[in-house]
Design a binder for this molecule. Structure first.
Ligand code: FES
Length: 273
Protein backbone atom coordinates (compact mmCIF):
# COMPACT_ATOMS: atom_id res chain seq x y z
CA UNK A 1 0.00 0.00 0.00
CA UNK A 2 1.10 3.59 -0.56
CA UNK A 3 2.28 5.79 2.30
CA UNK A 4 0.40 9.09 2.53
CA UNK A 5 1.51 12.14 4.50
CA UNK A 6 -0.73 13.48 7.29
CA UNK A 7 -1.49 16.49 5.07
CA UNK A 8 -2.75 14.29 2.24
CA UNK A 9 -4.96 12.41 4.68
CA UNK A 10 -6.26 15.64 6.21
CA UNK A 11 -7.11 17.23 2.81
CA UNK A 12 -8.77 14.02 1.71
CA UNK A 13 -10.90 13.74 4.86
CA UNK A 14 -11.73 17.46 5.02
CA UNK A 15 -11.25 18.93 1.55
CA UNK A 16 -11.31 22.72 1.34
CA UNK A 17 -13.14 24.81 -1.26
CA UNK A 18 -15.24 22.05 -2.77
CA UNK A 19 -17.97 23.13 -5.17
CA UNK A 20 -18.46 25.57 -7.99
CA UNK A 21 -18.28 29.35 -8.25
CA UNK A 22 -21.23 31.00 -9.90
CA UNK A 23 -20.06 33.57 -12.43
CA UNK A 24 -16.46 32.34 -12.20
CA UNK A 25 -14.04 34.42 -14.25
CA UNK A 26 -12.51 31.28 -15.66
CA UNK A 27 -12.81 27.51 -15.45
CA UNK A 28 -10.12 24.95 -16.13
CA UNK A 29 -10.47 21.24 -16.69
CA UNK A 30 -8.02 18.34 -16.71
CA UNK A 31 -8.11 14.56 -16.77
CA UNK A 32 -10.90 12.42 -18.12
CA UNK A 33 -13.46 10.19 -16.47
CA UNK A 34 -12.40 7.38 -18.77
CA UNK A 35 -8.94 7.58 -17.11
CA UNK A 36 -10.44 7.55 -13.62
CA UNK A 37 -9.62 11.15 -12.61
CA UNK A 38 -11.19 14.43 -13.61
CA UNK A 39 -10.84 17.91 -12.14
CA UNK A 40 -12.77 21.10 -12.76
CA UNK A 41 -11.29 24.27 -11.26
CA UNK A 42 -13.21 27.55 -10.87
CA UNK A 43 -11.46 30.90 -10.26
CA UNK A 44 -12.82 34.29 -9.25
CA UNK A 45 -10.33 37.03 -10.11
CA UNK A 46 -10.49 40.70 -9.12
CA UNK A 47 -7.84 43.30 -10.00
CA UNK A 48 -5.52 40.52 -11.12
CA UNK A 49 -5.75 38.74 -7.74
CA UNK A 50 -7.41 35.34 -7.24
CA UNK A 51 -10.15 36.04 -4.70
CA UNK A 52 -11.73 32.59 -4.69
CA UNK A 53 -10.97 29.11 -6.00
CA UNK A 54 -13.18 26.03 -5.88
CA UNK A 55 -13.02 22.58 -7.38
CA UNK A 56 -15.05 19.55 -8.30
CA UNK A 57 -13.21 16.30 -8.79
CA UNK A 58 -13.93 12.68 -9.47
CA UNK A 59 -10.93 10.63 -8.53
CA UNK A 60 -8.84 9.04 -5.81
CA UNK A 61 -7.95 10.50 -2.43
CA UNK A 62 -4.73 12.01 -3.78
CA UNK A 63 -6.66 13.82 -6.53
CA UNK A 64 -8.99 15.31 -3.91
CA UNK A 65 -6.06 16.30 -1.68
CA UNK A 66 -4.06 17.85 -4.57
CA UNK A 67 -7.10 19.83 -5.76
CA UNK A 68 -7.94 20.98 -2.25
CA UNK A 69 -4.42 22.18 -1.43
CA UNK A 70 -4.15 23.84 -4.84
CA UNK A 71 -7.21 26.02 -4.14
CA UNK A 72 -5.62 27.08 -0.84
CA UNK A 73 -2.37 27.93 -2.61
CA UNK A 74 -4.22 29.98 -5.22
CA UNK A 75 -6.41 32.21 -3.06
CA UNK A 76 -4.66 35.56 -2.58
CA UNK A 77 -2.11 35.03 -5.36
CA UNK A 78 -1.83 37.28 -8.42
CA UNK A 79 -2.41 35.71 -11.81
CA UNK A 80 1.33 35.92 -12.56
CA UNK A 81 2.19 34.17 -9.29
CA UNK A 82 -0.40 31.46 -9.97
CA UNK A 83 1.06 30.86 -13.42
CA UNK A 84 4.36 29.86 -11.80
CA UNK A 85 2.89 27.12 -9.57
CA UNK A 86 4.31 23.74 -10.64
CA UNK A 87 2.95 20.29 -9.95
CA UNK A 88 5.99 19.67 -7.73
CA UNK A 89 5.03 22.63 -5.55
CA UNK A 90 1.51 21.19 -5.22
CA UNK A 91 2.99 17.83 -4.13
CA UNK A 92 5.47 19.57 -1.79
CA UNK A 93 2.62 21.51 -0.17
CA UNK A 94 1.12 18.12 0.72
CA UNK A 95 4.49 17.00 2.17
CA UNK A 96 4.88 14.76 -0.86
CA UNK A 97 2.86 12.22 -2.81
CA UNK A 98 3.77 8.60 -3.56
CA UNK A 99 5.48 8.44 -7.01
CA UNK A 100 2.51 6.48 -8.39
CA UNK A 101 0.23 9.38 -7.39
CA UNK A 102 2.30 12.30 -8.72
CA UNK A 103 -0.04 12.47 -11.72
CA UNK A 104 -2.70 13.91 -9.35
CA UNK A 105 -0.50 16.98 -8.84
CA UNK A 106 -0.01 17.15 -12.62
CA UNK A 107 -3.78 17.15 -13.06
CA UNK A 108 -3.98 20.13 -10.66
CA UNK A 109 -1.31 22.00 -12.60
CA UNK A 110 -3.03 21.22 -15.90
CA UNK A 111 -6.43 22.41 -14.69
CA UNK A 112 -4.80 25.62 -13.42
CA UNK A 113 -3.05 26.12 -16.75
CA UNK A 114 -6.30 25.54 -18.62
CA UNK A 115 -8.17 28.05 -16.41
CA UNK A 116 -5.51 30.75 -16.75
CA UNK A 117 -5.21 30.21 -20.50
CA UNK A 118 -8.97 30.72 -20.73
CA UNK A 119 -8.63 33.88 -18.63
CA UNK A 120 -5.54 35.35 -20.32
CA UNK A 121 -6.13 34.22 -23.89
CA UNK A 122 -3.23 35.32 -26.06
CA UNK A 123 -1.52 36.96 -23.07
CA UNK A 124 -0.71 33.52 -21.63
CA UNK A 125 2.79 33.63 -23.18
CA UNK A 126 5.51 31.12 -22.51
CA UNK A 127 5.37 28.22 -20.05
CA UNK A 128 7.21 29.17 -16.86
CA UNK A 129 8.84 25.80 -16.27
CA UNK A 130 10.24 25.68 -19.82
CA UNK A 131 11.55 29.24 -19.44
CA UNK A 132 13.29 28.50 -16.15
CA UNK A 133 15.09 25.38 -17.31
CA UNK A 134 15.63 26.62 -20.89
CA UNK A 135 14.79 23.08 -21.87
CA UNK A 136 11.31 21.66 -22.37
CA UNK A 137 9.91 19.60 -19.51
CA UNK A 138 9.38 16.03 -20.72
CA UNK A 139 8.16 14.37 -17.52
CA UNK A 140 5.77 16.76 -15.81
CA UNK A 141 5.21 14.47 -12.83
CA UNK A 142 8.86 14.81 -11.79
CA UNK A 143 9.86 18.00 -13.65
CA UNK A 144 12.47 16.19 -15.74
CA UNK A 145 13.63 18.26 -18.70
CA UNK A 146 14.93 17.17 -22.09
CA UNK A 147 18.37 18.36 -20.96
CA UNK A 148 18.26 16.04 -17.89
CA UNK A 149 17.45 13.07 -20.14
CA UNK A 150 20.19 13.88 -22.65
CA UNK A 151 22.62 14.24 -19.73
CA UNK A 152 21.61 10.79 -18.45
CA UNK A 153 22.22 9.30 -21.92
CA UNK A 154 25.47 11.06 -22.75
CA UNK A 155 27.13 11.27 -19.35
CA UNK A 156 25.58 8.50 -17.24
CA UNK A 157 25.39 5.77 -19.83
CA UNK A 158 21.58 5.45 -19.83
CA UNK A 159 20.51 3.22 -22.70
CA UNK A 160 16.91 2.29 -21.92
CA UNK A 161 13.76 3.83 -20.52
CA UNK A 162 14.40 1.86 -17.36
CA UNK A 163 17.86 3.45 -16.99
CA UNK A 164 16.36 6.93 -17.44
CA UNK A 165 13.75 6.19 -14.76
CA UNK A 166 16.39 4.95 -12.31
CA UNK A 167 18.53 8.05 -12.85
CA UNK A 168 15.84 10.75 -12.99
CA UNK A 169 12.52 9.25 -11.73
CA UNK A 170 10.98 10.20 -15.11
CA UNK A 171 8.12 7.89 -16.14
CA UNK A 172 7.69 6.57 -12.61
CA UNK A 173 4.10 7.81 -12.25
CA UNK A 174 1.48 8.26 -14.99
CA UNK A 175 3.84 7.25 -17.80
CA UNK A 176 2.56 9.83 -20.28
CA UNK A 177 6.15 10.93 -20.90
CA UNK A 178 7.33 7.47 -22.01
CA UNK A 179 6.81 8.01 -25.73
CA UNK A 180 8.81 11.26 -25.74
CA UNK A 181 11.60 9.72 -23.66
CA UNK A 182 11.85 6.85 -26.16
CA UNK A 183 12.18 9.41 -28.98
CA UNK A 184 15.02 11.19 -27.15
CA UNK A 185 16.71 7.85 -26.45
CA UNK A 186 16.53 6.98 -30.13
CA UNK A 187 18.02 10.30 -31.14
CA UNK A 188 20.87 10.45 -28.61
CA UNK A 189 21.88 6.87 -27.83
CA UNK A 190 25.30 5.96 -29.16
CA UNK A 191 25.02 4.16 -32.46
CA UNK A 192 26.90 0.96 -33.23
CA UNK A 193 30.25 2.37 -34.43
CA UNK A 194 30.26 -0.10 -37.31
CA UNK A 195 27.09 1.60 -38.55
CA UNK A 196 28.81 5.00 -38.69
CA UNK A 197 30.48 6.10 -41.92
CA UNK A 198 33.96 7.71 -41.52
CA UNK A 199 32.41 11.16 -41.91
CA UNK A 200 29.65 10.42 -39.38
CA UNK A 201 32.32 9.16 -36.97
CA UNK A 202 34.33 12.39 -37.25
CA UNK A 203 31.16 14.45 -36.72
CA UNK A 204 30.26 12.37 -33.67
CA UNK A 205 33.79 12.69 -32.22
CA UNK A 206 33.74 16.44 -32.80
CA UNK A 207 30.31 16.68 -31.18
CA UNK A 208 31.52 14.84 -28.05
CA UNK A 209 34.63 17.04 -27.90
CA UNK A 210 32.53 20.22 -28.06
CA UNK A 211 29.58 19.25 -25.86
CA UNK A 212 31.08 16.86 -23.29
CA UNK A 213 34.90 17.10 -23.15
CA UNK A 214 35.66 20.80 -23.64
CA UNK A 215 33.00 22.06 -21.20
CA UNK A 216 34.77 19.99 -18.49
CA UNK A 217 38.32 21.03 -19.50
CA UNK A 218 37.21 24.67 -19.81
CA UNK A 219 36.37 24.64 -16.09
CA UNK A 220 40.16 24.53 -15.47
CA UNK A 221 40.86 26.93 -18.36
CA UNK A 222 42.03 24.15 -20.64
CA UNK A 223 40.69 22.49 -23.76
CA UNK A 224 41.45 20.47 -26.88
CA UNK A 225 41.04 20.94 -30.62
CA UNK A 226 40.36 18.04 -32.93
CA UNK A 227 43.16 17.94 -35.55
CA UNK A 228 42.57 14.72 -37.46
CA UNK A 229 40.97 11.27 -37.31
CA UNK A 230 42.77 8.41 -39.07
CA UNK A 231 40.84 5.18 -38.72
CA UNK A 232 40.66 4.78 -34.94
CA UNK A 233 43.42 7.27 -34.15
CA UNK A 234 42.15 10.60 -32.90
CA UNK A 235 44.76 13.36 -33.00
CA UNK A 236 44.16 16.43 -30.88
CA UNK A 237 45.91 19.66 -29.99
CA UNK A 238 45.97 20.79 -26.36
CA UNK A 239 44.88 24.39 -25.75
CA UNK A 240 44.81 26.82 -22.81
CA UNK A 241 46.13 25.44 -19.51
CA UNK A 242 46.18 21.91 -20.94
CA UNK A 243 48.99 22.91 -23.32
CA UNK A 244 51.32 23.68 -20.39
CA UNK A 245 50.04 21.14 -17.88
CA UNK A 246 52.37 18.34 -16.71
CA UNK A 247 49.41 16.00 -16.39
CA UNK A 248 48.12 16.57 -19.94
CA UNK A 249 49.05 13.05 -21.08
CA UNK A 250 47.10 11.55 -18.19
CA UNK A 251 44.11 13.78 -18.97
CA UNK A 252 44.20 12.63 -22.60
CA UNK A 253 44.17 8.95 -21.60
CA UNK A 254 42.02 9.02 -18.48
CA UNK A 255 39.43 11.55 -19.49
CA UNK A 256 39.44 12.38 -23.23
CA UNK A 257 40.05 8.88 -24.54
CA UNK A 258 37.75 7.30 -21.94
CA UNK A 259 34.88 9.63 -22.88
CA UNK A 260 35.35 9.05 -26.62
CA UNK A 261 35.46 5.29 -26.09
CA UNK A 262 32.33 5.46 -23.97
CA UNK A 263 30.31 7.74 -26.23
CA UNK A 264 31.58 6.99 -29.76
CA UNK A 265 33.66 3.84 -30.25
CA UNK A 266 35.61 1.77 -27.72
CA UNK A 267 38.40 1.21 -30.27
CA UNK A 268 39.47 4.87 -30.39
CA UNK A 269 43.01 5.87 -29.36
CA UNK A 270 43.77 9.50 -28.59
CA UNK A 271 47.18 11.12 -29.10
CA UNK A 272 48.61 14.60 -29.12
CA UNK A 273 49.61 16.37 -32.34
S1 FES B 1 4.66 12.72 -17.04
FE1 FES B 1 3.86 11.41 -15.48
S2 FES B 1 5.48 10.01 -15.13
FE2 FES B 1 6.28 11.38 -16.57
Amino acid sequence: MWEYSDKVKEHFKNPKNVGEIENADCIGEAGALSCGDKLKLYLKIENNVIKDAKFQTFGCGSAVAASSVLTEMLIGKTVEEAKKITNKQIADELDGLPPEKMHCSVMGREALEDALKNYLGEDWGELEDDKETESPIICHCFQVSEKDIIDAIENKNAKTLDDITKLTSAALACGRCKENIEKILKKYTKKDPAALSPVQKIIKINNVVETVINPELNKDFGGIELVDVQNNNVIVKLTGHCSTCNNAKLTLKNFVETKLKELVDDQLIVSEE
